[in-house]
Design a protein around this ligand. Structure first.
Ligand code: GUN
Ligand code: FE
Length: 453
């Protein structure tokens, strides 16, 4: 679908570094017919030669353009259970809530209903890239890839592999089944998006307790042979860590289990990383594997508090993951908030250096996530040559609106706030009502009802 050359005029904000957010007041960004950024101008809303006939989209009402969010870990199939976890912890939560739900994706109508909803909702929260766990079902996993492509969300789509310690009704029968099904899902994406431009398949061993050494080794081989990325869980909960020790007595650590299977590489995303030892973090760094930090889920399932600042200071690459439905929200904005608050609880015992700032949380939500998924050259910020994966944020003003009607966002701007304060208000009090439009690779993929662009 051909895109219209467009100039985005107004304030744009993105992360300049882990600790600094760059605010360019009244700038302009040109996006070509290929969906890529052709120019970025600070301090001027002038449109350059050759762009005078381009479509113009302006920020509205104290608004700004911000890079699309990157959710580095979300279970699309678990979306119907968001908010449902009771007082459970990981291992009983899986058996009580998760496996029964995931097993229902043998029904494609059910899968279509849930997957359409989760893609629409994550887009509405500004998530332009998502790393999805689907289920063990090949047709439903392929349908998720189709839906992401049709709705225009950049996505990593993984068929879940699990050949033990799972119920009889929801388990791979053999190593061959797991590998063959994974191959079928890779082949499907190669058919619908041969260059993996928007959709990328991802090899997905669920986690070490539900995978035999044989299946992990076979998936490690597939990972090395195809170059297709890999995602899994690691060191989320203490009982899980004890179980891994018992199941893999030969291995020096949980991290070594994946490394010995050939699953720990620069293209591996490890979710949680709550209870990692120093040696494990060093091994992850040596392999350049990536971390998805999932604070909402870690709190909900009382898994623990990941030491994010420690991991960052040691040079690990970290992004944010909602981990629906261990996490209750599919909003990365909410996840950023959770990350900040969990870090403050850590700081109460470990000291102030454990605290994440608003700037750091926004970095994790964008640039950090881009590095986690290996797309830092394409997404995460506004530079010439990058894809226009962006959201338009509106901070509705009570003054301007007179009354807060249903279309007004919840962020209250009284006038006179610094940009730093506006961004903080967005992070702490904003939600999807503030995300008025969303683009992926230049294509409009979501806009709020009634919005005139
Ligand atoms: N570990 C293995 N499976 C899962 C899952 O579905 N969610 C979370 N949070 N952890 C897991
Ligand atoms: Fe998870």
């Amino acid at each position: 679908m051909a895109l219209e050359k467009t100039v985005y005029i107004g304030t744009y904000i993105h992360s300049e570094s882990l600790t600094k957010v760059d605010v360019a007041v009244d700038g302009s960004i040109g996006v070509g017919e290929d969906g890529k950024i052709a120019f970025v101008l600070r301090d001027t809303t002038e449109v350059p030669e050759g762009w005078r006939n381009a479509k113009v989209i302006r920020t509205q009402d104290h608004g700004f353009f911000f890079p699309g969010f990157i959710d580095t870990h979300i279970h699309a199939s678990q979306y119907p259970n968001a908010g449902v976890f009771g007082n459970s912890t990981l291992l009983d939560w899986l058996n009580t809530y998760t496996f029964p739900l995931e097993s229902s994706f043998n029904n494609l109508d059910n899968a279509a209903r849930v997957y359409n909803r989760v893609v629409a909702r994550t887009l509405s929260h500004g998530t332009t890239t998502a790393c999805y766990f689907a289920t063990t079902h090949v047709p439903a996993t392929n349908l998720l890839a189709d839906i992401c492509q049709a709705r225009g969300q950049r996505a990593f789509v993984g068929r879940v592999c699990m050949d033990r310690m799972s119920p009889d009704y929801y388990r791979d029968e053999s190593v061959e089944v797991a590998v063959d099904a994974s191959r079928q899902c890779i082949d499907h994406v190669m058919k619908i998006d041969p260059a993996f431009d928007l959709i990328t398949p991802v090899i997905t061993p669920r986690f070490a307790p539900s995978c035999t050494a044989e299946v992990m080794a076979a998936l490690g081989k597939l990972h090395q042979e195809t170059g297709v990325p890999c995602q899994t869980h690691i060191s989320e909960n203490k009982a899980e860590c004890a179980l891994v020790k018992e199941l893999f007595p030969q291995s020096a650590s949980y991290t070594h289990v994946y490394d010995e299977a050939g699953l720990l590489t620069a293209k591996t995303i490890l979710a949680h990383a709550v209870h990692l030892g120093v040696d494990e973090r060093a091994l992850i760094k040596a392999r350049d594997a990536k971390i998805s930090h999932c604070p909402a889920s870690n709190t909900a399932l009382t898994s623990g508090a990941a030491r994010v600042k420690t991991m960052l200071s040691e040079g690990l690459t970290v992004g944010l993951g909602t981990d629906v439905s261990g996490g209750y929200t599919c909003s990365i904005l909410a996840e950023a908030r959770e990350a900040i608050f969990v870090s403050r609880h850590v700081a109460m015992t470990d000291g102030d250096e454990a605290k994440l700032t608003v700037e750091e949380a926004l970095y994790l939500a964008t640039r950090g996530g881009a590095r986690v998924v290996g797309l830092e050259d394409r997404i995460g910020g506004f530079e010439v040559g990058k894809d226009w994966d962006a959201q338009m944020v509106t901070l509705s003003s009570v003054e301007d609106a007179g009354v807060i009607d249903q279309h007004a966002g919840p962020v209250e701007i009284f006038g006179g706030e610094s940009w730093e304060d506006k961004v903080a208000k967005w992070v702490y009090t904003g939600d999807d009502r503030n995300t008025t439009a969303v683009w992926v690779n230049g294509r409009l993929v979501h806009s709020r009802e009634g919005l005139k662009l």
